[in-house]
Design a protein around this ligand. Sequence first.
Ligand SMILES: [Mg+2]
Length: 151
Amino acid sequence: MYYSIEQTVYVPGDKIDLNLNSKVSSDPRLLVLDYHNVTDLFNPEELTEILKNLKIPVIILSYVGSTTITRINTHAEVLDYKLPGWLCFQKKETADPGSKGHFLGILKEQGFRPILFDDSEDNIMSALAADCDARLITSRDDVKVEVGKLL
Ligand SMILES: [Mg+2]
């Protein structure tokens, strides 16, 4: 089970719909940003500036414990970035249900080519286990450099 922040609703894996029809293009790439220590390295204005020349859709995918204060705070903070935001509730090195890799694998089945930016090696492994691209992020510069490679 996943959670769509913009729709404020739980969504089973087989019902995930990114609703990106307004950005239909022949380029199937999709940039998926971790929230903590990736997206939140920048304020919303800074991130908009960094992404402004990118021609592919961007979403935020955050792992949170399902009952934590972090979850409540993350929900509110992600809204400020005006990007589709999703929560997942499993942190794994595999692509087991509920993990980031599982989420990305579903998007891949839908025809997207997800590229995850994440500071956690567990989540990177999870994405790779789903045969998706992933880049380990350790700094603000990493984000800028890796976005540059997607232009
Ligand atoms: Mg993180």
